[in-house]
Design a protein around this ligand. Sequence first.
Ligand code: ZN
Ligand code: ZN
Length: 214
Amino acid sequence: MTTLAATLLAALPAHGLAGFLDEDGVIVHPEAVAPDVALKGEHVLIGSYAPMGERTPERAVLGASAYRHVGGVDFETLEELHRGSGDAPLAEEVARAVEAAARWFARPLPWGSRVLRASDQRFGTITGYSEDRGMVITWDRAIRPEPHRYTRAELTAPGFQVFVPVTHCSGCGHAVDDDEIEDSYTTCCNEGACTCALVNGAYECGTEAPTGDE
Ligand SMILES: [Zn+2]
Ligand SMILES: [Zn+2]
């Protein structure tokens, strides 16, 4: 008997991915990342209303979302990657969900993301990409950028934390867009605009890239 979980797991290696069955569905991660490391970092969960451990149904609606471990048993949803409509045959639906996961893992992290390296508590900024999708990090106070290109798997494993930068008003605290800032002051409060890291839904001032004039 082939189960839905087995069908999903069998579709992963062709995309350089691996996975395992968890209570909520199939946890998907790059082949090069160990399962326990994947659970403590970024991973994709493919779930379904159809039972994963029973005979593969003819049709199933699959959902795939990217998650990040934020401590203990808590996970933060990063992005919904796929939501099936129920109109596709199972093989096609499985392919769509797995391809969505593969695209997520192949995508570089956003330019300007702040990276915290646990080994020395040093912050850096993603300032470039190389052709093989490696990411160049310029470490704060570094005299010149490190030549090492980091892969997405490296930066999303324990040992690194990645924060997507967000700009907010230091007066009222709301996130502001470029057109709500004039000469680095916000149009809502005429206070400084701070571009720092969004960590678990809260701004973490002090994580911003140092300005050149310090
Ligand atoms: Zn404001
Ligand atoms: Zn801030």
